[in-house]
Design a protein around this ligand. Sequence first.
Ligand code: UDP
Ligand code: MG
Length: 150
Amino acid sequence: MAVERTLIIVKPDGVQRGLTGAILSRFEQRGLKIVGMKYMQVSRELAEKHYEVHREKPFFAGLVEYLTMGPVVAIALEGHNAIEASRNTIGATKPQTAAPGSLRGDFALDINRNLVHGSDSVENGQLEVSNFFSEAELITRTAADDAYLA
Ligand code: UDP
Ligand code: MG
């Protein structure tokens, strides 16, 4: 089984609405392990880099505004099948179609304020984690429940 890394971002609306803990707990309960975490203001430069693939989209400017409108909590998570599992925990991009039980399905209403980011491929997971964290900020550890999660 594949151990993967994903970058989760509690977007500014999630932080302002006091949902950081609720969001983090869903991932922790799922069995994903924190390897990096910080409360930070995303710069315009980092936001543009993070959403580079969307640069030509009509929503790009608004998206950069959104990610930089207030502080976020960036979390690097590691675990078996971390990418697919976390994408499913987050739910569909459009919150109004996201399944109940998913974060967006339970806590969000509109695509412009969809609460949380999660990497969409193993390759992007590695890349996005390294855009937000230095090597020294990423700390791996063995956990007591490792043997019960795979
Ligand atoms: N987004 C938007 N309008 C759109 C599509 C996307 O505002 O029509 C925003 C939304 O915040 C989304 C982000 O751009 O989370 C990145 O889009 P993507 O398709 O990668 O969705 P995600 O991977 O976040 O589900
Ligand atoms: Mg995406």
